[in-house]
Design a protein around this ligand. Structure first.
Ligand SMILES: NC(=O)c1ccc[n+]([C@@H]2O[C@H](COP(=O)([O-])OP(=O)(O)OC[C@H]3O[C@@H](n4cnc5c(N)ncnc54)[C@H](OP(=O)(O)O)[C@@H]3O)[C@@H](O)[C@H]2O)c1
Length: 274
């Protein structure tokens, strides 16, 4: 079992699924986590078909485990199962995330709290659970924030607050964990193809309000992210529009927030309760 082992939370769709496929292609054993075990098992079968399944010549394997990162104890259990199976962990990607939209007064405290429990505390739970095995392997810890961690996006109070918190946490952890030999990476995507805008947290399907020409394909995003992780970079902003937004946000954060607020009337459904 000398190939590197990569664990990904929220791998049942979107960016996480694409990252699992990309890391399998790059020769990792891949552990895929999420709440929808049926989707994860289908993904593990796909990874196996790529030549990473049990019994294949190169002995790369995929492991699918049910894990809700918003519940204490579940990620710890998944990391234990990973170590029992592979004996090591080289890369952990805390990717699981959800979003709610609508004006602040239309949201509830319970919904705001669930976003933080998943997008922020889910990453903290993953970091605590992975620390010892990553220290042993001198590996990498990455978490998926967002361009919304740089710019205030009206209509997304919970999401924006959670992603600002993620960015602050990772920037701090990157300096702290350097002395343990663990590379920490903040991944900040712009619009990428996934279920986050087309599936509401209650399971309802909705139309993606963002025009397709703006949205980056998930496998393209996964390749850029995997390159950054292999290079142990502290931060990657994914998508060209994301890079522009981050630069503008550094110099004119309030103007940009107001422009995004005005843009909501031009993009039906964006940042509005649906
Ligand atoms: N796509 C974009 O445009 C974009 C832009 C910026 C940032 N991001 C970030 O990218 C990350 C991935 O999202 P995505 O865009 O790929 O959306 P997605 O297709 O909806 O994927 C989100 C993943 O998170 C999992 N998840 C949600 N709640 C979970 C929980 N409590 N415990 C464990 N897994 C959970 C979901 O799986 P289950 O339902 O099976 O649990 C799913 O696999 C998120 O952090 C998101 O905020 C996305």
């Amino acid at each position: 079992m000398d190939a590197p082992v990569c664990l990904i939370t929220g791998a049942s769709s979107g960016i996480g699924e694409a990252l699992a496929l990309e890391h399998a292609r790059r020769g990792h054993h891949v552990v895929v986590l999420g709440r929808r075990l049926d989707k994860l098992e289908a993904l593990a079968a796909k990874l196996s078909a790529l030549g990473h399944g049990p019994g294949k010549k190169d002995k790369k394997e995929a492991l699918a485990l049910a894990c809700d990162v918003s519940v204490d104890g579940q990620i710890e259990e998944a990391v234990r199962a990973t170590l029992a199976r592979f004996g090591r962990l080289d890369l952990a990607i805390a990717n699981a995330g959800i979003s709610i939209d609508g004006a602040f007064e239309q949201t509830t405290l319970a919904a705001q709290r669930q976003v933080m429990e998943t997008n922020y505390f889910g990453i903290l739970r993953t970091a605590y659970a992975c620390f010892e095995p990553l220290r042993a392997s001198k590996g990498g810890f990455a978490a998926v924030g967002s361009v919304s961690g740089f710019v205030c996006v009206p209509g997304f109070t919970a999401y924006t607050a959670s992603k600002f918190a993620v960015r602050g946490f990772l920037g701090t952890l990157e300096v702290e964990w350097a002395r343990h030999g663990i590379a920490v990476t903040h991944i900040a995507p712009g619009f990428v193809e996934s279920e986050i805008r087309t599936k509401r947290p209650d399971g309802r399907a909705t139309r993606d309000p963002i025009p397709p020409w703006v949205v980056m394909k998930a496998p393209v995003a996964a390749r850029d992210i995997a390159d950054a992780l292999a290079a142990r970079r502290p931060e990657i902003v994914v998508t060209a529009h994301g890079k522009v937004i981050v630069q503008v946000a550094r110099h004119a954060p309030r103007t940009l927030a107001r422009l995004l607020h005005a843009a909501r009337s031009k993009v039906p459904g964006f940042g509005r309760q649906r």
